[in-house]
Structure formats: C-alpha cells, structure tokens
Design a protein around this ligand. Structure first.
Ligand code: ATP
Length: 257
C-alpha cells in the first residue's frame, strides 16, 4: 500500500527555485531516504508535506487522500509527524513532560476542560504518562525521564525529539537529519531505533547526510540536487548512479577550494 505520494511538486521562493517537478512514493513500512547536497530542497520537501507552506505546483497524497490546503495540525491529526533539523525541545521541561506535550494533539480533552479535571481526564492523563514512559523506553531514555531536557547530551536530545514525535501515534514519521552531531555509538543506537520504529509498522522518511547510515537503513532513496530529483532507487542503484556520484564529488571538489 502507498502511504505517501509526492506528485510533480515544485516550490519557488520569490526568484529561488527550491524544488522542480519532484515525484516519489513511499510504501507502507518502508524507510525512505531523501538525500542530496546542502540546499538541494530536502527540508523544503518536508515543509510541504507537513503543510508549513503550500507547494507552487503539484500534489501530496497521504493514504490516498490529498493533503493540499490542510493546516499543519490537521496533518498531525492525519498521522504525519516530524522532527526538525534544529532541535526544538522545551529545555525547562523534564524529558517525560516533553513527550506528554507531544500527545496533546491526541487526547480528547482540551486545555480548558482540563481545568475541571474529571475522572475521565485523570485516567487519560495517566494513560498519556504511561505511553510516554513506554516511548522513553523505546528510545532508551527511561532513566532520564525526570531530568530537564536541557541536561541531555545532543544524541539523547535527538532521540527525545523522536519520542515526542511518536507520542502523537503517527503512521508516517519524517526525520530531518536525526544523526546530525551524533558520534558513532549514538548513530548506531539511532540505526537500532529506526529499525524498531519500522518494526512497529510506522513508515519513515529520512533526510540524512550520514551516507553509511542512509545506505544501511533505507529501503529506497530519492536524490535531490538543486531542487531536481536526479535519482530514485535502492541504495545499490543510487551508489552506482553516475549523476549522483557527480553531484556529490562535484561538491567535495568545491569544498576543497
Ligand atoms: N522559507 C524560505 N524562504 C526562502 N528561501 C527558502 C526558504 N526555505 C528554503 N529556501 C531556499 O530553498 C533552497 C532549498 O533549501 P532547503 O533548506 O530545502 O535545502 P536542504 O536540502 O534541506 O539543505 P540542507 O541539507 O542544508 O538542510 C535553498 O536555496 C534555500 O535557501
């Protein structure tokens, strides 16, 4: 079954063309990579999928339903969640609280009604906390549950972001550079975590610059370069694609200058 379909997506920011005619689809349970040099348009693609802004052209379909025109919170309700390239935690809240905050789009009771706490609401809150604890266990942060988010290491903060995104029970999880700033051990832990998420039947789209991780974890990949999709295929196909090699090697040569 196709979970996500990206059809003929284009995005212009004034005179800048961030994306041109991008097409790919992601099947249920897949880990799909979105790679490409800096500025290729990857984060813009996530912003369009999550309706942070509309595409200039094209269509996004999620489980057969068009997403165009929905608000970001409606996208979350449909079952799409994301993490951000720059960590966006609440530093003064505990690790557990950061995850329960992620669940609020899920529970039925709003902020106002929680002022008059009914028995049902107390049960809901307890269930939310239990769920948050089980997500912390999944991402390996059970022991840090009561620490302030600010005190966590960088790799731990990234895992906490994933737990928070999972708290709203997504069918599709978008991860924006989850391995950025991680050491080798943390990256290996992240690999295991993504495998576990996949085993839960959650479909994952991953933006990542860590090529060994991408090649190990992804079922398929799309490669963007200057907003254009230059390749689509399995890691083996991508590795052997001359245009991809050129895009990356070209960049390395530039960096050496
Ligand atoms: N809100 C915006 N307003 C104007 N230009 C933007 C905006 N968002 C992105 N861009 C431009 O669109 C292009 C693609 O940027 P984007 O952040 O999507 O690339 P990326 O592939 O995610 O890069 P990186 O790997 O560096 O994060 C860049 O030229 C960027 O400057």
């Amino acid at each position: 079954m196709t979970v996500l379909e990206v059809k003929n997506i284009a995005k212009q920011f004034g005179g800048i063309t961030a994306l041109t005619d991008v097409n790919f689809s992601v099947a249920e349970g897949e880990v799909f990579g979105l790679i490409g040099p800096n500025g290729a348009g990857k984060t813009t693609m996530f912003n369009i999928i999550t309706s942070m802004f509309p595409p200039t052209a094209g269509e996004i379909t999620f489980l057969g339903e068009k997403l165009n025109g929905l608000k970001p919170f409606e996208i979350t309700k449909k079952g799409i969640c994301r993490t951000f390239q720059n960590i966006r935690l609440f530093p003064d809240m505990t690790v557990l609280e950061n995850v329960t905050v992620g669940s609020h789009s899920r529970t039925g009771s709003g902020v106002w009604s929680s002022f008059f706490r009914t028995k049902k609401q107390k049960q809901e809150e307890a269930a939310t906390r239990d769920r948050a604890r089980s997500l912390l266990e999944l991402v390996g942060l059970s022991e840090q549950a009561d620490e302030f988010a600010d005190n966590l290491s960088y790799g731990q903060q990234r895992r906490l972001e994933i737990a928070r995104a999972l708290a709203s029970d997504p069918k599709l999880l978008l991860l924006d550079e989850p391995a950025a700033g991680m050491n080798e051990k943390e990256t290996n832990d992240l690999f295991d975590l993504i495998q576990k998420i996949k085993a839960r039947g959650i479909t994952v789209v991953l933006i990542e610059h860590d090529m060994p991780l991408v090649m190990r974890i992804c079922d398929r990949l799309a490669v963007l370069n200057f907003g254009r999709e230059i390749a689509l295929g399995t890691p083996e196909e991508i590795r052997a694609n001359p245009e991809v090699i050129e895009a990356y090697l070209g960049k390395e040569e530039e960096d050496e200058k």
